[in-house]
Ligand binder design. Structure first.
Ligand code: UDP
Ligand code: MG
Length: 331
């Protein structure tokens, strides 16, 4: 793993999966800004196994942008894993993570950096003050999700903070030292409890291309978040079991009374309902258990959530092979 470089102030980590449409727009906005910051920086583009023109485009861009570094993952590993890969390899004293699609305006980065420096905080969260450009479904589900997470997980996450944030070297090292299984960084980072600040911004529309977060991935993220931080679902299963037990006791008493009073009409309907309800409760409880056992299993296997195929820092790649021979070379 590359060691931190002391005079490299900032690493900008950008996960991207099939982002060929938005990449040129991103570079047009990010590069002048980064160059004008008056601080040494690197941009760590984490190519999350893209299958479109993204890798080729990145290589081309790198030829005229020396600060651009490409970390290519071997397979599509997901947004959180891609960010983790970037954090693991970033070398700056501060690290910013942002989406490739320009929904997080890069213009906020200098504000984040100066806040971190003047206030001496370890984390600066980008907080979406205006989400009017997101769909109502996305806004609603996000609101519910953060509320539930704050209650269930007991973590103090700033509301409407996504994965746009700046972290100090100490924070990045702390995150990197944590076990790597399906972690959801937007909750892992606040759970560290390091001193933090926030910078507000308006969430923009995706500048080009389509979302890489279908519903299935959103559900996965929510399940990972909850099971990663809370035992509440397991307790919920216990409560359901207790409730079922009480109900069963009631039914038992009723059955005894009915027998004594001579009402021996066989209650087929009630039997079916009870059996079905009990079955459902048991399956639910098993499913909940399964989620946690599955996580334990994954943690035990210790299999990384991503594999790096290539880092332009380790092997300069095709560029070095085509270096023009200098005038003093040759016999
Ligand atoms: N992304 C990724 N791997 C994936 C899915 C998404 O690296 O498997 C990246 C994507 O390229 C983008 C960021 O994660 O930079 C957020 O994705 P997107 O903007 O599609 O999500 P949305 O904003 O729609 O929730
Ligand atoms: Mg987006």
């Amino acid at each position: 793993m590359p060691a931190p470089v002391p005079d490299l102030t900032l690493s900008i980590v950008i996960p991207m999966f099939n982002e060929e449409a938005v990449l040129p727009l991103l570079v047009d906005r990010l590069r002048p800004l980064a160059d004008g910051m008056g601080a040494a920086y690197e941009v760590v583009a984490v190519d999350d196994g893209s299958t479109d023109g993204t890798p080729v485009l990145l290589e081309r861009l790198r030829r005229e942008w020396p600060q651009l570094r490409i970390v290519r993952l071997r397979a599509n590993s997901g947004h959180q894993a891609a960010i983790s890969a970037g954090l693991q390899r970033a070398r700056g004293s501060y690290v910013v993570t942002l989406d490739a699609d320009l929904q997080d305006p890069p213009e906020v980065i200098p504000q984040m950096l100066s806040l971190a420096r003047t206030e001496g905080v370890d984390v600066v969260y980008g907080v979406r003050e205006d989400r009017s450009t997101d769909t109502a479904f996305k806004r609603g589900s996000a609101r519910l999700f953060y509320k539930a997470m704050r209650r269930l997980g007991n973590i103090d996450t700033p509301e409407d903070a996504g994965d746009y944030r700046l972290m100090s070297r100490a924070t990045v090292d702390a995150v990197n030292s944590l076990p790597d299984h399906n972690r959801v960084l937007r909750f892992v980072v606040p759970a560290l409890g390091f001193p933090s600040g926030t910078v507000g911004y308006a969430r923009e529309v995706r500048a080009a291309g389509t979302t890489k977060y279908p519903l299935a991935k959103m559900v996965r993220l929510s399940v990972d978040s909850v099971t990663g931080f809370s035992l509440a679902p397991l307790r919920f299963a216990t409560w359901l079991g207790l409730l079922g037990g009480v109900a069963a006791l009631g039914v038992l008493l009723y059955a005894v009374f009915a027998r004594v009073l001579g009402h021996v009409l066989p209650g087929w309907t009630s039997t079916v309902v009870i059996v079905a309800a009990m079955g459902a409760v048991q399956l639910l409880a098993l499913g909940i258990l399964g989620e946690y056992v599955g996580r334990m299993y994954a943690a035990m296997q210790g299999r990384p959530t991503y594999f790096v195929a290539h880092d332009s820092l380790d092997s300069p790649g095709p560029r070095a092979e085509h270096v023009e021979p200098g005038p003093q070379q040759g016999p």
